[in-house]
Design a protein. Sequence first.
Length: 197
Amino acid sequence: MSLILQQLKCSACGAPLKSKERDRMLICSHCGTLSLFAEGRTCPVDFSIAAPKTESIDPAVYIPFWVVEADVAVSHEKISGGGISRKISGKDRMRGMQTFYICAADAVPEENSRVWNMELTINQPELTLIPEFKNGERMVMTMDKETAVNNAEFIFLRYETEIPGTLQELDYDFRVKSTKVLYLPAYKKSSGYQLGV
C-alpha cells in the first residue's frame, strides 16, 4: 500500500493553500480567493457575504451557511386530526421551490444553529451583500455539502411533523437544484451567538 500526499492548491491561481484547522473553505494568501475543499481536492465555490443590518462596536463573526435550493413535491400525505388548528395557525406548506439555510460551523452551539436553520428557512432574510468580511473574521466551515443537503431534507420533514395534526403517511420527492455558501454576520454573546441580519 502506498500513500501519496498532494499539496492543496488555489482553484484560481494555483498557489499552495494552508489551513491550521479543518476548514472546508480555504483562503489563498496569494490572491485572496476562497476555495472549497471537497473529495480530497479544492474547487471554486459560489459564496456570498451578508452585511450586518446595524453597525456594532463588537467585531462580527461571519458564520458559514449552506443555502440549499430544492424542489419539494409531495405526492401523498395522510394527516389525522388538527384540521382546524392547521387553518388557524396559517402555516404555509413547504411545496415547490424552497430555500433551506443550514449552519455549517460546528463552533456554533447546537441550540443556536437548530433554531437558525428553521427560522431562516421559514422567514427568509432580506440581505445586503458585501464583497469582503467587514469588521470581523470568518468562522471555520466544517460541514460538507452532502450533509447540508441531508439536513435540508430533515428540516422539511421536521416542519411537516410540527404542523398541527398527526402525520401518518408522507410520500415526497426532494430534488436539489443548487447549493451555495453564504456567510452571515453574528455577534458573540454569553449564551452563544446572535445573528446580525
